[in-house]
Write a protein that binds this ligand. Structure first.
Ligand code: PMP
Length: 398
């Protein structure tokens, strides 16, 4: 039956993890994997999550089915976090949200919804974008087209080129995927004036924005990171938002996220949401409850919520602190290249500007594991390895 099948290459980032695991060099460093790590290299369970878990064990009375959208009390939590409590969209009842298995589950449901209901819509993604965007929309049969985004010479956004391309080539009903903050893989975010111009473009060309919010709290703050998304959400008739709680609650393996639909009227939002429910039913029937119960427990208890906010701040401060340290230490190590842009980037990742050859040399000679594109996961840097890392980069870059 399967004789004709040929093995496909796995995700190169997952292969990088395995190669790092098998490396026996005690100095090895993993800057590939996209999870938060503390200074000891551990991806910790947050204290707020541990406390919520203890509460859950004591208080959970059933594990019966919850329904396709998960727990109904979870959707206001998603909406308040994304749009803020004062949102007009929320007040007008123009948003509906469902719990999903991680941000990936939300994107997959969105892709199926778009493919089945928005005829001929194409998806516009940044060049580059998170690799799975392409796979998810390919598998749903939605054509994916890239718009210019990352500028390797300035380490900023090629915003004029991005706008020109979108102005010239989008057609009514196309979907525009934007990263809310902490752009993966580059770490280079849109500024508020970019969101303003894009909002105008969305309205002028009648596009559907799909905002991927996977790192809320990891850039400049839980509220600050949503500024662009909120600006747009309050001014466009329709929007989809796929969000992930994997990073900001550290519940990666529990698979917890959300998909929200904003529409011109409350009724329109409800209609679209009912169809989203069908897409969920046909995919995985219903989302897992564990992660969402934890998030709900934390967000509905003022003490746990405040502890969680402190923990998000700690994770963010550590990453941003590491960015500053990296820039200083690289400069001190006498490296010829200017790496100061790393401090301006946000979130878990940094497009380091290291070439393919330099990345490969760091891997083979120094056991430092960085994605072939030069994307470094900043959280993999620690007090223990930062000197070795900077010295090695200096030797390779010259
Ligand atoms: N979107 C982006 C941009 C991501 O980086 C990720 C996680 N790597 C996701 C979505 C999906 O997150 P989750 O693990 O919650 O599925």
């Amino acid at each position: 039956m399967f004789k004709h099948l040929k093995a496909v290459p796995g995700d190169p980032l997952l292969a990088l993890i395995v190669a790092h695991q098998q490396d026996t060099n005690p100095k090895k460093i993993d800057l590939g994997v996209g999870v938060y790590k503390d200074d000891t290299g551990l991806t910790p369970i947050l204290e707020s999550v541990k406390k919520a878990e203890a509460f859950m064990v004591e208080n959970e009375v059933t594990k019966s089915y919850l329904g396709v959208y998960g727990a109904p009390e979870f959707s206001p939590i998603i909406q308040d976090l994304l749009l803020g409590k004062d949102s007009d969209v929320i007040k007008q009842g123009r948003i509906q949200s469902t719990q999903t298995p991680g941000g990936t589950g939300a994107l997959k449901v969105a892709a199926d919804f778009i493919s089945a209901n928005l005829s001929d819509a194409r998806l516009w993604v940044s060049d580059p974008t998170w690799g799975n965007h392409q796979s998810i929309f390919d598998s749903a049969g939605v054509e994916v087209i890239a718009y210019p985004y990352y500028d390797a010479t300035t380490n900023g956004v090629r915003f004029d080129e991005m706008m020109s391309k979108l102005e010239a080539e989008t057609k009514e009903g196309d979907v525009l995927l934007l990263h809310a903050c902490c752009h993966n893989p580059t770490g280079v975010d849109l500024k508020i004036e970019h969101w303003e111009a894009l909002t105008e473009l969305v309205n002028k060309r009648n596009l559907l924005p799909l905002v991927d919010a996977a790192y809320q709290g990891f850039g400049d703050g839980l509220e600050e990171d949503m500024a662009g998304l909120r600006y747009m959400a309050e001014r466009v008739p329709s929007m989809l938002i796929a969000n992930s709680f994997s990073k900001n609650f550290g519940v990666y393996r529990d698979r917890c996220g959300g998909l929200s639909v904003i529409a011109a009227t409350g009724e329109e939002a409800k209609n679209a949401f009912s169809i989203i429910g069908q897409a969920i039913r046909a995919n995985y029937s219903m989302p897992p409850a564990h992660g969402a119960t934890l998030v709900h427990t934390i967000m509905s208890n003022p003490e746990l919520k405040s502890l969680w906010e402190t923990e998000v701040t700690q994770m963010r401060d550590r990453i941003n602190g590491l960015r500053s340290q990296l820039v200083q230490k690289l400069a001190k190590s006498g490296v010829s290249k200017d790496f100061s842009f790393i401090e301006q980037q946000r979130g878990m990742f940094s497009y380091s500007g290291l070439t393919f050859e330099q990345v490969r040399q760091l891997r083979s000679e120094y056991s430092i594991y960085i994605a072939d594109t030069g994307r470094m996961s900043i959280a993999g840097v620690s007090d223990q390895n930062i000197d070795y890392l900077c010295d090695s980069i200096a030797k390779v870059v010259g």
